[in-house]
Ligand binder design. Structure first.
Ligand code: SF4
Length: 60
């Protein structure tokens, strides 16, 4: 599953990196997303909880 990130919409709450650090991380100043490191429903839950609605996944 691919997760896309809209940098302009991101309000940098840090929700995603706190909730699923194995998937959402800041490395060398870049935001990286590794959806394969968690179950799909866990990733979807974080995407749905993003306060800026900056994250999106393909529809079911
Ligand atoms: S949860 Fe959404 S708004 Fe918050 S840091 Fe992550 S992508 Fe940005």
């Amino acid at each position: 599953m691919k997760v896309t990130w809209n940098e302009k919409a991101c309000c940098h709450s840090g929700n995603c990196v706190r909730t699923l650090p194995q998937v959402f991380a800041i490395e060398n100043g870049h935001f990286v997303i590794r959806p394969e490191n968690a179950a799909e429903d866990e990733v979807r839950a974080v995407v749905n909880a993003c306060p800026g609605q900056a994250l999106s996944v393909p529809a079911d």
